[in-house]
Write a protein that binds this ligand. Structure first.
Ligand code: ATP
Ligand code: MG
Length: 297
């Protein structure tokens, strides 16, 4: 009797192994849309669970890769478009000169001026792209130093004083406490704040004040760049940090931006373990950054 139960158990176990084997064969053949949905004996169950975990991790990895491919394709399409437009105009104007299709030196100067302007536009785009690619692929490592955030904001205020005067904007630096020491890459953070301040000047039409504020909290430093100019439409707020996103007339080049500044800013702040968010209403457009404070800071 005992012998026949043993034989039955053994046969059943062989049957389970066989079923698992069959399923593994189909999975190995590339059908990763299934898991091994079997309850089997304890010994085998451990292996089945590991295989299921492996399948779900592989699937997740494949999804991530697909997303990244798609976003790369979009990037290439956008970049090709943005490079082709000024390039067409450069070739057009230089072509007129090349084929002696001009009236006088005045006209040559006019054509070269447009070609030069368009070249600068292209250079701006390529530089931003290069910077974006660098922060994305973490080829650019953080060069951390211990620095005073309040001093950094005061320095930025001094750097932009002339520009602010020209636009009748008052820069107000506010901090609590008066010295906030933290670790960070001052060059990268400087570029990030530069973009936020330039944006406030360029797009915050009608602004009379620009606020740079820093507050030290228990576990973080909160920095805000805000202006009281024309608000950002509510529906645009969620897209601001997407690369190439611009509120004005989609690809308008009047204001000369590439729409990469805030995407770069976000990446740089995330490299510091921080976050950046935007809010905007009739009174104030604010970009708020939270930097985590590590205990020794
Ligand atoms: P780049 O910074 O690459 O030269 P950009 O300034 O157009 O180009 P972002 O800095 O990413 O790109 O800004 C995206 C868009 O967000 C801007 O085109 C503008 O429409 C809007 N924006 C950003 N900051 C402000 C602000 N302070 N007030 C109003 N609109 C803003
Ligand atoms: Mg910008």
């Amino acid at each position: 009797m005992a012998v026949s139960i043993n034989v039955a158990v053994k046969t059943y176990q062989q049957y389970e192994v066989h079923k698992v084997e069959k399923l593994l064969e189909t999975i190995a053949g590339g059908q990763l849309d299934q898991s091994i949905d079997l309850t089997v004996n304890k010994k085998l169950q451990g292996i089945v669970n590991s295989i299921n975990l492996l399948i779900s991790n592989t699937n997740q990895h494949i999804e991530e890769q697909k997303r990244s491919e798609k976003s790369k394709d979009e990037l290439i399409t956008n970049v090709s478009h943005d490079i082709r437009t000024p390039l067409t105009s450069i070739i057009g104007y230089l072509g007129l000169i090349e084929s002696n299709n001009y009236q006088d030196i005045e006209q040559i100067l006019k054509y070269t001026h447009v070609a030069y302007k368009k070249s600068l536009e292209m250079q701006n785009l390529v530089n931003s792209l290069f910077e974006y690619a660098n922060v994305q692929h973490a080829t650019s490592k953080l060069n951390l130093t211990h620095f005073d955030m309040v001093q950094m904001l005061e320095q930025l205020s001094a750097d932009f004083e002339l520009e602010a005067n020209k636009r009748n904007i008052k820069i107000i630096v506010d901090s609590k406490p008066k010295k906030i020491m933290m670790n960070g890459d001052t060059e990268k953070l400087g570029r990030t704040f530069n973009n936020l301040i330039t944006n406030a000047f360029k797009y915050g039409a009608g602004a009379t004040e620009l606020y740079l504020s820093a507050t030290k909290k228990k576990n973080e430093v909160v920095v805000t760049v805000a202006n009281n100019g024309r608000p950002i439409p509510k529906e645009s707020l969620p897209n601001l940090f997407e690369r190439f996103y611009r509120v004005e007339d989609s690809r308008s080049k009047k204001t000369g931006g590439t729409g990469l500044g805030l995407a770069i800013a976000k990446s740089m702040i995330e490299m510091h373990g921080g976050t950046i968010t935007a809010t905007s209403d009739k009174k104030l457009t604010s970009f708020t950054i939270h930097f985590p404070l590590i205990s020794e800071e």
